[in-house]
Ligand binder design. Structure first.
Ligand code: PLP
Length: 440
């Protein structure tokens, strides 16, 4: 018997939930059996008031891989030893440095090596990519996005529209959840694409919405967007390293993400971009270019006339930020070792366990219900659960923090908790329930 993949996942998740127990011994047993348990020790887990924190904030800032210091130290050593000659003589020469982690990065977002590159930071990259891929013409000038997108994306899109002489009020179409709902229905997104098909220049969606934790159906959105004649790009800030993504196969035009959330590459760490290979040979795309995007063979000839290198690397502007990339490589190696599919398999269980623990609390404390607004359906979420308290949300969040559960708060009323499969344990999740019991 074979189920539709979505149904099978749902079915599995029910099975999993039925078997969960809200006890320490149960959580410890799950940890014992977890094939990825060795990876927790690869990270520094923060302290809170002298105890190891229950860190559920990898959606905001991933943790420090213990190996990162060594990667950065190598670059210090080579700088000390070689000075400028480190560009070619360093153990990991700086001239081609951005190539080193590329293959591992491509694996994480389902791309070919040449389709990705780590560069700049997220919002800067979003602008650079929109320069190339938002080209309003005649009636086809609108951008479609999800309502409640991360503010930086809203500002980027608003100002790009203005840059082209458009009116953000009319040229941006935001898709909102239905009355009384918190997340989008794919059918509604697709219907809006169809309805606006003659006016859409670009569809620019988040991968996982930062507030609700909803993982959008990127494959269907990409397909429908292309049928409508639009360009399709995704901001994967909350998806990269969290949910399974197949950018190449889904025929996505472009994407970008940051590396300091699930990719554990440090505050302000280097961003990443994807450009589908179908655009690689198009030298007519508008671009804001710099020397690092030029063909590598002729880059140092210092001649006039930008000639883009093949692949996403052509969008690089400045020389590679080696120190940020060193940390990034340390983290990418851990991902390569753990395997993105294995991480997803654990993530589904770990988050389902958190869902079970919260629901168990809710059953016993109806007056303090923490409503989970993230979809129940596994293909529609990553590791994050977003909770809305019946009352006193901010206070509950502060209480959680003071008891060493590091989650985060997003205005106006959302508590986000993200058990990350690389370094969180089932025991961490169990502790959330214990702390909630303590608070009330
Ligand atoms: C975290 C995040 C950002 C942050 O942008 P930076 O340019 O890295 O400061 C932007 N957009 C989304 C969707 C995010 O989740």
């Amino acid at each position: 018997m074979s189920y539709h993949p979505k149904i099978q996942r749902l079915y599995l998740s029910r099975l999993l939930k039925m078997n969960f127990e809200n006890t320490l011994s149960f959580a410890q047993q799950f940890d014992e059996k977890d094939p990825l348990k060795i990876f927790r020790d690869r990270f520094h887990i923060p302290q809170h008031n002298g105890n190891t924190a229950v860190y559920l904030c990898g959606n905001s800032l991933g943790l420090l891989p213990k190996s990162a210091r060594g990667f950065v130290e190598q670059e210090f050593l080579d700088w000390e030893k070689f000075g400028v000659e480190g560009h070619f003589n360093a153990k990991n020469p700086w001239f081609p440095y951005h190539h080193f982690g590329r293959k591992m990065l491509a694996e994480i977002v389902g791309a070919k090596e040449e389709e990705v590159v780590a560069m700049n930071s997220l919002t800067a990259n979003l602008h650079l990519l929109m320069v190339s891929f938002y080209q309003p013409k005649g009636a086809r000038k609108k951008i479609m996005m999800e309502a409640n997108a991360f503010p930086s994306d809203q500002y980027a899109i608003e100002t790009q529209v203005k840059f082209h002489g458009g009116n953000p009020e009319t040229d941006i179409i935001e898709i909102s959840p239905r009355e009384g709902e918190y997340t989008l229905r794919t059918e509604d997104v697709l219907a809006q694409i169809e309805k606006n098909k003659n006016e859409l220049a670009l569809i620019l969606f988040g991968g996982v919405n930062y507030l609700s934790g909803q993982y959008f159906d990127l494959k269907s959105i990409s397909k429908a967007g292309h049928v409508a004649g639009a360009t399709v790009g995704f901001d994967l800030a909350h998806a990269a390293g969290n949910t399974p993504v197949q950018l190449h196969d889904w025929n996505v035009d472009f994407a970008c993400w940051c590396s300091y959330k699930y990719l554990n590459s440090g505050a302000g760490g280097v961003g990443g971009i994807f450009v589908h290979e179908k655009h690689s040979a198009n030298n007519d795309l508008p671009r804001f270019s710099g020397w690092w995007g030029n063909d590598e063979q002729t880059r140092f000839q210092m001649k006039k006339g930008f000639f883009p290198q093949a692949g996403a690397g052509a969008w690089q502007v400045s020389n590679a930020p080696v120190f940020a990339l060193a940390i990034h490589r340390a983290s990418l190696e851990i991902f390569a070792e753990a395997g993105i599919k294995n991480l997803r398999a654990k993530s589904e269980k770990l988050t389902a366990y958190l869902e079970f623990i919260i629901n168990d609390f809710n059953q016993k404390n109806a007056e303090h219900e923490l409503k989970i607004i993230t979809p129940k359906n596994l293909p529609e979420r990553g590791c994050q659960l977003s909770l809305i308290a019946k009352k006193d949300g901010k206070k509950i969040f502060e209480q959680l923090t003071s008891h060493g559960v590091i989650a985060d708060w997003r205005e106006p009323n959302v508590i986000r908790m993200s058990p990350v499969p690389l370094y969180n344990s089932f025991e961490d999740v169990f502790m959330v329930g214990e702390v909630l019991k303590k608070i009330f």
